[in-house]
Design a protein around this ligand. Structure first.
Ligand SMILES: Cc1cc2nc3c(=O)[nH]c(=O)nc-3n(C[C@H](O)[C@H](O)[C@H](O)COP(=O)(O)OP(=O)(O)OC[C@H]3O[C@@H](n4cnc5c(N)ncnc54)[C@H](O)[C@@H]3O)c2cc1C
Length: 408
């Protein structure tokens, strides 16, 4: 097996490496570099501006829409170099990872011209309106309705678990547009402005007091008829494309954050003596092995994509199931290693400002504690681990479809 990359991507690797060396603050990635809250905020602002100026955000997108038109190998190298330097490479997850690629795949030329520059420039922020109170895993049971009134869609219904809805300018949602059609048909994928009468966002407060996700109520909310992606009543296929992007991870870099975290856990175990406990040692070895499996599976996914033998849905389902379950076990192990120390809140309210999943000031979790808490949700969002198993069972292993309840 030859795991070397084609030599023609090496000049590009050198270019990215040089750009990072020229633009990252001196000492970046070393323990010697400490930033105050104010410095960190200024860095985040300046760094995002530099990324846009360098054209590194969504660099794989076609040049005519503002990307760099990178090849798959170049995109992989770009991700690897940023991950190696521990440099952030993302503006808005919902925009650049989910709805942006979906618009590029399904949108009309007008839709691309209207929305892609705002995603690339970071001027429109997004949230995802798929789940409803009675439609999560069984998403096609959704009840939110959209009907035409002249040149506008009028939306009524409720979404739930809508992350970052409180900050979003637009929501990409799916709604029933033909109630007479069978369950998976008659659904449309709409881009709806959030800041209008008829859209109400109610935060859902979690146990630590933070409220990252929300309920969103639509009462006669409106968007242009032109804001339907992929055609009227064709939204199911479009939504599946978005979910594919959500489950797929950056093939050869996905394992790195787990490796970094595991290194910290191992170092903690060495420090507090837990590393001599035979059972802890076994669990650490298992965790290390699983991170290596993720790395090798990343190469497998890359080879698959390069050879054009795409099994993206199956590979995405396997990966999502594997990393989310790995991470829960690893974080439980971390807390077992820390013992009673894991109960003490050692973070500072200042840290909360910069963290995506913020705790409240009076509940200042450390990075490790925050990661433990968030790992509980990772087997749920983007499709639960059980649903990924169903996909693997049916599409990869060719098992019979799961039995459905029949009306008696
Ligand atoms: C942190 C977080 C952020 C989220 N952000 C968003 C967001 O921004 N936008 C959005 O639209 N949604 C979001 N979600 C919602 C998420 O997509 C749903 O929670 C998920 O799809 C599961 O749906 P549900 O909660 O309704 O659970 P249910 O579908 O009711 O499932 C309950 C349990 O039953 C199991 N189950 C259900 N059906 C089957 C089956 N056929 N076979 C075997 N087991 C089954 C599930 O695995 C689960 O254990 C978020 C969720 C979390 C946790």
């Amino acid at each position: 097996m030859d795991l070397k990359y084609p030599p023609d991507v090496e000049p590009f690797r050198a270019e990215v490496r040089q750009w990072l060396a020229d633009n990252l603050p001196p000492g970046w990635g070393t323990s010697g570099l400490a930033m105050t809250k104010k410095e960190r905020r200024a860095f985040n602002r300046e760094w995002t501006a530099k990324l846009f100026a360098g054209g590194w955000i969504c660099a794989s997108w076609p040049k005519e829409y503002g990307g760099k038109g990178l090849s798959l190998m170049e995109s992989v190298v770009l991700n690897e170099e940023f991950a190696r330097a521990e440099a952030p490479l993302r503006a808005d997850f919902f925009g650049d990872t989910l709805v942006g690629p979906t618009i590029l795949q399904w949108g009309t030329e007008e839709q691309k011209q209207q929305f892609i520059p705002g995603i690339l420039g970071g001027t429109i922020s997004w949230c995802q309106g798929f789940s409803e109170p009675d439609a999560g895993s069984d998403l096609a049971s959704l009840k939110t309705r959209a009907g035409l009134d002249g040149d506008e869609w009028v939306i009524n219904g409720q979404k739930v678990w809508t992350t970052q809805a409180q900050f979003a300018d637009y929501i990409f949602l799916i709604a029933r547009t033909d109630p007479e059609a069978p369950k998976h048909a008659g659904i449309s994928y709409l881009l709806v402005p959030m800041r209008q009468e008829g859209v109400e966002v109610r935060p859902i407060e979690q146990v630590d007091g933070s409220a990252d996700f929300n309920e969103v109520f639509f009462t006669g909310a409106r968007c242009s008829r032109a804001n339907v992606i992929g055609g009227e009543n064709n939204g199911w296929k479009v939504a599946m494309t978005t979910l594919g992007f959500e489950r797929g991870t950056s093939a050869t870099t996905g394992h790195r954050r787990f490796q970094r975290e595991l290194d910290q856990i191992i170092s903690e175990a060495k420090k507090n003596g837990q590393a001599s406990d035979p059972l802890i040692r076994q669990r650490l070895a298992t965790a290390w092995t699983k991170v290596k499996i993720m790395q090798i599976n990343g190469y497998r996914a890359l080879t698959d994509a390069l050879n054009g033998t795409h099994h993206a849905a199956a590979v995405g389902a396997c990966n999502k199931m594997f990393w989310s379950e790995y991470h829960q076990a690893a974080m439980e192990l971390a807390l077992d290693i820390m013992g009673m120390d894991a109960q003490i809140l050692t973070g500072s309210p200042e840290d909360n400002e910069d963290r995506l999943r913020r705790g409240r000031d009076d509940y200042p979790v450390s990075d490790m504690q925050a990661s433990f808490f968030f790992s509980r949700s990772e087997t749920i969002w983007g499709g639960t681990a059980e649903i990924q198993r169903n996909i693997v069972g049916e599409r990869v292993l060719g098992l019979p479809k799961e039995p459905r309840a029949t009306a008696s």
